[in-house]
Design a protein around this ligand. Structure first.
Ligand SMILES: [Zn+2]
Length: 297
């Protein structure tokens, strides 16, 4: 079982090509994000995000076994809390937010977080530097500690927050110090790589040693529509690192699927009923990790 917990929609994909891509990549379940970076959609245009969320709701409808949809809202917008509630009513299961022009501890964004807590939603946040020129100063992992004021949410910080990976691990460690297991912790981290290739092995080693696999989950960060080989290649990057670290079968299962399934909670209840039609075997190594491109969004 493999869950890709970080897949971007662009508005150009259809449900048929999304399912085909997942099949070709050997992915059993995809967590899709509403479009916000492609033409016609923008974080500072709430109407466009409402259209984006409606588009995603149409994609995932009837395919809960294979697809989970996360709405995108800009919580600094006054309509965001209502827009989030409306998106969940249409069949989306959680929310992706990107701190850009707002900090997670700002008063004005707390109402959206409160709705997410009330609805007990899984949340995905961009965390770490941006590669598109935007300032990453809003996205340091410790800023997300404000979410502790909203018990009920389950937070994933993307990209292991690179370059602030030590800070991210520290944020994740706090729950453990206070006796909460990985499954019950407020924070977990996705391995859609932000760290450039020379950092990845060491970053993953430290995260595994300090937090364990129950705080880590796979995400390709691919943009749909895309060929399955693109997702499979990114699977291969992570698989190579797990091989190098000699990670055991149980820990791999946690990273490939179990951490994300726990994060998704109710939304994951039908995962696995319609597994991908291709064998989910590990793909061939398509590139050495030392040639990986830096990613993140
Ligand atoms: Zn992304």
């Amino acid at each position: 079982m493999i869950i890709d917990a970080h897949l971007h929609c662009t508005g150009r994909e259809t449900v048929d090509d999304v399912l085909q891509t997942l099949d070709d990549a050997g992915i059993d379940h995809g967590v899709l994000l509403a479009p916000f970076l492609s033409e016609g959609y923008a974080l500072d245009d709430p109407a466009s995000l409402r259209r984006a969320n409606a588009h995603l709701a149409r994609i995932v409808a009837g395919h809960r076994d294979r697809l989970t949809g996360l709405a995108v809202v800009n919580p600094s917008d006054r309509s965001a809390a209502d827009d989030l509630r409306a998106a969940i009513d249409t069949g989306l299961s959680g929310c992706k937010m990107v701190p850009s022009g707002w900090y997670p501890y700002d008063e004005r964004v707390q109402p959206t977080f409160a709705v997410a807590a009330e609805l007990r939603l899984p949340l995905l946040f961009h965390s770490g530097i941006f590669i598109d020129g935007r300032s990453g100063r809003f996205c340091r992992p410790s800023f997300f500690e404000a979410l502790r004021d909203h018990p009920g949410v389950r937070v994933t910080l993307a990209h292991l927050s690179w370059p602030w990976t030590d800070e991210a691990i520290a944020v994740g460690l706090i729950d453990r110090i206070h006796g909460r297991s990985g499954a019950d912790a407020l924070f977990r981290f996705d391995l859609s790589f932000g760290p450039p290739p020379p950092y990845r092995l060491e970053v993953l080693r430290r995260a595994l040693e300090v937090l364990g696999p129950e705080s880590l989950q796979f995400g390709s960060d691919c943009f749909l529509p895309c060929p399955g080989t693109e997702i499979a290649q990114r699977r291969g990057w992570l698989g190579d690192l797990l091989d190098q670290l000699e990670v055991d079968v149980g820990a791999r299962a946690q990273i490939w699927s179990d951490t994300a399934a726990t994060w998704l909670g109710e939304a994951a209840s039908s995962i696995g009923r319609g597994a991908c039609t291709r064998a989910a075997s590990r793909p061939a190594r398509l590139s050495r990790c030392t040639r990986m491109r830096p990613l993140c969004c």
